[in-house]
Design a protein around this ligand. Structure first.
Ligand code: SIN
Ligand code: MN
Length: 249
């Protein structure tokens, strides 16, 4: 549970960065799994996306197939605040390790996560927790957020299939030109073990990794158990829209 002020800050800004939530040995145990999780030939139930260079961009489903990630996805230090924010039990919508390898990791254009999820037959009753697995700097492509932008409501998105290897739902340029001012952008730099809790309508993006340091994070996204997807025309696969609706205990 969070105190009143922390919850109020989350509601005002659309995010809270909780510094030092995980200890160094806990982060080391998560990073020790990487060689196996990044094995692009692994036939192990994980889902991987790659950069055009061939480097792994994302690994989905670690919370089902790797014990330290399974424990992390149920950790009270994460699930407690998430349930407090949502005001109900939650299940795991998906998890993804965003790898952003040194020099190779490419951009995430400006978007709201709900710009993707609105097509999945759900309402915006989610919280995501981004756990920093490496130091996050401006040079290695830390997340950039726009405080308070979750209160803008869902902005118009379009599907970008050219910028990276991965189809991204992005906020339309006309809307960005109208709404986004340079001084609004806040880089989420931090240390391994920090955790960023954020709202599904928070406007965010991140740049290319130009640094010799990798910038690995794992994002655990939780949905209200009363918000399971209604039928939609093109349901997305279970690795990104989980059909396991059991409440996290
Ligand atoms: C995301 O928006 O899901 C990814 C952003 C990042 O990893 O920098
Ligand atoms: Mn996102």
């Amino acid at each position: 549970m969070w105190d009143h002020d922390t919850l109020a800050r989350y509601q005002r800004d659309g995010f809270v960065l909780a510094c030092g939530l995980l200890s160094a040995p806990e982060v080391a145990a998560l990073n020790a799994e990487m060689p196996r999780l990044l094995d692009i030939d692994g036939d192990d139930g994980l889902h991987r996306e790659r950069e055009r260079s061939g480097a792994v961009r994302q690994v989905y489903l670690a919370h089902r197939h790797s014990p330290p990630y399974r424990d992390l996805s149920r950790d009270a230090r994460i699930v407690g605040p998430v349930k407090h924010i949502i005001g109900n039990d939650v299940y795991i919508w998906h998890s993804k390790i965003n790898v952003k390898d040194a020099f190779e990791g490419t951009v995430w254009l400006w978007h709201q996560d709900f710009g993707y999820w609105v097509r999945d037959g759900v309402e915006a009753r989610f919280v995501s927790a981004m756990v920093f697995l490496d130091r996050a700097t401006v040079n290695n492509g830390c997340l950039m957020v726009v405080p308070g932008s979750h209160r803008w409501g869902m902005l118009p998105h379009f599907s970008d299939e050219v910028t990276t290897s991965y189809k991204q739902w992005c906020i339309e340029l006309a809307t960005l030109r109208e709404r986004l001012e340079e001084d609004m952008i806040q880089p989420m730099t931090g240390e391994p073990g920090d955790v960023l809790f954020f709202d599904p309508n928070l406007v965010h993006a991140s740049g290319h990794n130009l640094s010799p340091l990798p910038r690995k994070t794992v994002i655990l996204s939780y949905n209200d158990v009363a918000n399971t997807p209604k039928p939609v025309e093109n349901p997305r696969p279970d690795w990104v829209v989980s059909r396991e609706y059991a409440a996290v205990r």
